[in-house]
Structures are given as structure tokens and as C-alpha cells.
Design a protein around this ligand. Sequence first.
Ligand SMILES: Cc1cc2nc3c(=O)[nH]c(=O)nc-3n(C[C@H](O)[C@H](O)[C@H](O)COP(=O)(O)OP(=O)(O)OC[C@H]3O[C@@H](n4cnc5c(N)ncnc54)[C@H](O)[C@@H]3O)c2cc1C
Length: 447
Amino acid sequence: MIEKSTVTVIGGGLAGVEATWQLLRLGCRVKLYEMRSKVTTPAHKTSDLAELVCSNSFKSLDPNIASGQLKNEMTAFQSLILQAANIAKVPADKALAVDRKVFSQELMKTLSDHPNFTLLREEVKDIPSEKDLSDRNEYIVLATGPLTSESLSHSLSNLIGDEKHLAFYDAIAPIVDCDSIDMNACFWGNRHDENGADYLNIALNKEEYLSFVKNIIEAKKTPLHSFEKIKYFESCLPLEVLAERGVDTLRFGPLKPKGFTDPRTGVMAYANIQLRREDKRKAMLSFVGFQTKMTWPEQKRVFSSLPGLKNLEFFRYGSVHRNTYLPSPKLLADDFSFLTNRRVFPAGQIVGVEGYLESASIGLLVGQIIAGKINQRKFQLPPQETVLGALSHYVLKGSTGEFSPMNANWGLVPFSAPKKMKKNEKRALQSSQVQSSFTSYLKACCL
Ligand SMILES: Cc1cc2nc3c(=O)[nH]c(=O)nc-3n(C[C@H](O)[C@H](O)[C@H](O)COP(=O)(O)OP(=O)(O)OC[C@H]3O[C@@H](n4cnc5c(N)ncnc54)[C@H](O)[C@@H]3O)c2cc1C
């Protein structure tokens, strides 16, 4: 009979929910504190658990892409985030995109049906000392994310030593009303599947593209606090930052035309804008890669100038928010607990990963680690030759440069390719090696 111990999870986001689920399924009791409904953040709009604050996509399902392989690895641990995403999924070519409402409802239902689960709608303001936690034989998962509440941030500063936490900026893409788009000027299609029709595309000719780039550069932007140094996450850059890097940067980035012809001319488009479905009904569409800090009136003006978007209606405008993360390699022990408080385990984006799936994956590992301590069955982290292992290695050990948030990518996984191999073949080889390392790990440690 497994002992039932209570673990406190602070934060009902992607990481907190996944950690909770792993703890529950390994026989622990969980008290989950989520402040929303009473206190909100600058990005969340609902009180739903694991609210997806921006895009509704969990990225690629392709195992030859690191985030696809990460899904395989998380699925082996019965990830709740992925179970719910699969139930809530909407068509999105090779990506796993979800109806966000259905997604959160599924999570909520599974957790609330569990007899060992308690949800408290409260803001946690303090982190107890290691001694107090030891006396109570309690563990804490700190999964409060990039928008950790102010009071708790102060308590965290005290725990890690003042001013050691860092800040950067993230931007959100707008969501628009599908019915407000003139479908005669757009077409449905997928980049990787000529018969697919998951994305709405707007092909641009050279003149339209150049005018769009000029409009973006000239548009008014939302001012940020002058005392805060801007430090964007490189793979989620605002449109205007990309536009300012060079006239072609956008059409080699989110507006790349590869895979699409312009229906007006029958030849490859000069640039191609994509909109992804946000819900099962196809009422809402989000612009792919259009995170922006243009002011709301300017977003209306600039986007409405595009073909077919003259009457564009917005459900949500794009915006920019501050994020917080820890310099984890300096602060955390090998089991993800704080060196200064071995009973507190940060998880999710706050440890220096970036993305819904990556955050959930750290929640998964931390849930397993704590359950292992409670059940006296030490959990072995996956090796660096897997995506889960490579991400945790990055968080715990860092890299040569300045520590900054990281998403799942093949660059983190040690691999040496035979010379003169094509990129696709290299990825396929790496992916099969990673899968076999993961299978061996599972056999040795977890089955
Ligand atoms: C503006 C913005 C846009 C983003 N866009 C994307 C995107 O498009 N795609 C992507 O993959 N990732 C995106 N991210 C990153 C993404 O939000 C995170 O990777 C992911 O949500 C982090 O998961 P988490 O569980 O660590 O934190 P969250 O999901 O943010 O969950 C933290 C939870 O803790 C709660 N909380 C905070 N403080 C307290 C407290 N004191 N007491 C109790 N509860 C508390 C919050 O209300 C929240 O529910 C974005 C982040 C931001 C800020």
C-alpha cells in the first residue's frame, strides 16, 4: 500500500497541473493553490487551470522535431496535459493545436474526479522555511510561472538572495473573427500537405509585402517601463523587432512562402501570411508569428490594410508582457530543489524553460521526483540523450553563455552526425537515436 502524503503545488498552470497529476497517480495527496478568480495576471483571461495565454498550439507532432519527440516521452509518463490536448485538438497540419476551453475543462474534470485532489483558489504569498516544511514533512512545488504574483516574487527574492531573478519580455499574437475575413482574397492550405486545409493563407506579392513591412516599422508601439531593460525570447520575437532587422527577415521567418503558390498568379507567393484555427468551430483565428507591441489602433490599421482583411474584427489584440525566471544552474540542486530550501521545488517556465509543453515537462519531472522521495523509490532523471533529459540538463547545468529560457530543440541533445548527411536525414537519425535512448531508460528505470 503506497503511503498518501500531501504535497502543496502553488500555481495551476501547465507545470502545476502536470506535477499535480504525476503526484496523484503515484499515490500522493495534492493541495493545488491557484490564485486566479481572486487575483489575476497581466496575460490570463479566465480562472481555468492551465490556461493557454497566447497561441493554442503545442507545436509539432513530428518525432523528427524535438517538440514532437518530447510529446512521445511525456506520453510514456501518461502526461495529463497531453491527454487533455488530444481530446481537445483542432486540425492544424502537423501541429497539436487545441480548443483551449475544451482543453482546460478536460484537465479540470480529471483532477476534480480524483479523491486525493483539493483545489484552493488562493494567492500564496510566502514560502515557508525549510525547517517548517521539514517539521510538517511537507514538499512544495513552486509552479507560479513567468507571471508569478508580486508578493510571492518578494518571498522568492528572499529565498534566492535579492535581485538574482531575471526578467525578459514575451509578446502575444492577435486573435481575429473568421467571419470578418474576405475569403475570396485568402485560401485554406497546409505547407507540408498539398491536400490539407488547416491554415488560412494570405499570399502577398512584392509590393504588398514591402508596404506591410513599412507599415509595421512606422506604426506606434506600446511604450514599456523605462527602468526595465528589454530582453526578448529569440524564438518568439515581435513582428516589429523582426521587421527592423531587415526587409526580408519576415519573409524568411513567419511569412515564408515555401509550399504555397499565389492563387492570383499561379507562381510561388512573395510572402505568405498564415492564420491558425483557435477553436473547433473555426470562429476564431490567430495570426501565426504575429506577436506584437503595436498599439491596438495601429494593429487594426496595419492588419486591416492586408488583402481580404479590410473589415477585420479582433477578439484579442496582440500585446507584450514581462516574464520572470530563475538563474537555475546557480540555485538548484540535482533534484530541482532550491539549494537554500531542499523542500521547495520550482517547476515550469520559472526554472528557465520556454513554452507550454516544456513547462509541463518540468512539472512532470518534478512531480515524479517528489513522489519518488515520498514513496522512497528514487526517480532517475532521463539521460541527456533524450529530450526530457536534455532540457533538465540545460536547466540544472546551464550552457556556456548567459543562462536564458530555452525551448525543446535538437541542439540540446548530444549528437554527432556522419559527415555530408542531408538535414532531414540527420534529424531522422537523431530522432531514432533519442527514441532508443529513451526506451532503454524506461526499461532500466521506470518499468
Ligand atoms: C504573454 C505570454 C505569452 C506566451 N505565449 C506562449 C505561446 O504562444 N506558446 C507557448 O508555448 N508559450 C507561451 N508563453 C509561455 C507560456 O506561458 C509558458 O511557457 C507556460 O504557460 C508556463 O507554464 P507554467 O505552468 O510555468 O506557468 P503558467 O502557465 O503561467 O501558470 C502559473 C500559474 O500560477 C498562478 N500563480 C502565480 N502566482 C501565484 C501565487 N502567488 N499563488 C497562487 N497561484 C499563483 C498563475 O495564476 C498561473 O495560473 C507565453 C508566456 C507569456 C507570459
